[in-house]
Design a protein around this ligand. Structure first.
Ligand SMILES: [Zn+2]
Length: 102
C-alpha cells in the first residue's frame, strides 16, 4: 500500500523536487527506506493539508505552503541557488571547497 509521508527537508525525489513540509506518496523507489531511516521523511499521520496554488504541491502546514509560493515566484537562477543537494547525489567536493574560500 502506498505510504504517505511528510518531507522534513528539501531534496530531490523521483525526478522531482520535494520541499520541506510537503506531503507526498512514496513511489516505491529504491531509496524509500533510506529516506525514512535518515529522517528525510516521516510517516504522515493524516490531518489537514494545504495546497500551493502555484505548483500544486500539498503541505502539512500553512507556513510551508507560503514558503513554496514564495519559491515558485523566484526566477530559475534563484531557485537553483536555493536548492539543497539531493539525497542520492551529494554536493560535489569542488563546490564545497569553493564555499569555504571566502
Ligand atoms: Zn508551490
Amino acid at each position: 500500500m502506498p505510504q504517505q509521508v511528510l518531507a522534513m527537508r528539501d531534496f530531490g525525489y523521483n525526478r522531482a523536487q520535494v520541499r520541506r513540509g510537503q506531503v507526498f506518496t512514496l513511489a516505491g523507489c529504491r531509496n524509500d527506506g533510506g529516506l525514512l531511516r535518515h529522517g528525510h521523511v516521516k510517516a504522515f499521520e493524516g490531518g489537514h493539508t494545504y495546497q500551493c496554488a502555484v505548483c500544486g504541491r500539498v503541505y502539512a502546514a500553512e507556513g510551508f505552503r507560503q514558503r513554496c509560493g514564495d519559491m515558485d515566484g523566484m526566477s530559475e537562477a534563484e531557485r537553483l541557488a536555493e536548492q539543497r543537494p539531493t539525497v542520492v547525489e551529494r554536493r560535489p567536493a569542488v563546490q564545497l571547497a569553493q564555499g569555504w574560500q571566502r
